[in-house]
Design a protein around this ligand. Structure first.
Ligand code: V4E
Length: 226
């Protein structure tokens, strides 16, 4: 693609009082911010069934897409794929033109796009309705961030307004960048934080859908998206 994209490699964790203490000792706190997310999909879940996550945050659109080798095992050795199993990797597309193209590509396969004389003056609302997109999830997150500068590692502690807390260790790399070194940084950071247990931790969306849209949740679960 012509567009510059980055890949977010991320491991979620459950944050205890001890983790927070360790973070405050070792981290450079980059402060706290709050944002409201709105996620969009068709009523038939055309996007999320493909593990595509379209959202609006602070007035900006983002599309999270799985990377080409999303479970990543093809280019990774045994130990590396073990580390990768705890992590997710998503491309983050922020260019609106690119987002429109990608979404249209998916939606047109399911023959739902309404033919209109498309013009850029139509605006956002009509784009959403032409694509049959509706908001299926929205919530506010309070996020405390810690930056480990020497590593290029960021740690976020998220508190969602529906009562779920989750931590994330993340490394941003350019598309085609060094996934293995990102996984290694995440592994070392997890070790420093004293994180034990190799179980996968649920993200905010998992918990949100389970509670608010059990049918959508079950659909994604059986399609192995969540
Ligand atoms: C990718 C994804 C979803 C979209 C939300 O992504 P997430 O990283 O959980 O949210 P957030 O607020 O931390 O975004 P950031 O600020 O880091 O960009 S919802 C579900 N997924 C897929 C997914 C998955 N399959 N497994 C896990 C552990 N997380 C997410």
């Amino acid at each position: 693609s012509l567009f510059q994209m980055s890949v977010e490699v991320e491991r979620k964790f459950l944050c205890s009082a001890d983790t927070l203490k360790t973070l405050e000792e070792m981290g450079v706190s980059a402060g706290q911010r709050q944002f409201h997310d709105q996620y969009f999909d068709t009523p038939k879940f055309d996007l999320t069934l493909r593990d595509l996550w379209l959202r609006k945050r602070k007035g900006c659109w983002e599309l999270k897409c799985p990377t080409a080798t999303s479970n990543g095992t093809t280019e990774l050795s045994g130990a590396q794929s073990h580390a990768a199993a705890l992590c997710t990797r998503y491309k983050e597309i922020t260019d609106l033109t690119e987002i429109h193209l990608r979404v249209k590509e998916v939606i047109k396969d399911s023959c739902e796009v309404r033919e209109t004389e498309t013009s850029s003056s139509e605006g956002e609302e009509s784009w959403l309705s032409n694509m049959n997109l509706v908001c299926f999830a929205e919530f506010t997150t309070v996020r405390r961030s810690f930056t480990l500068e020497e590593d290029g590692v960021q740690i976020d502690l998220d508190q969602a307004d529906f009562g779920y807390h989750v931590g994330e260790i993340e490394v941003l790399i350019p598309e085609g960048g060094d996934v293995m070194s990102a996984l290694e940084k995440i592994r070392k950071t997890a070790q420093k934080l004293g994180l034990t247990g190799d179980q996968k931790v649920e993200g905010k969306m998992n918990v949100y859908l389970k509670r608010n849209h059990p049918e959508h949740y079950a659909t994604l679960l059986s399609a192995h998206v969540l």
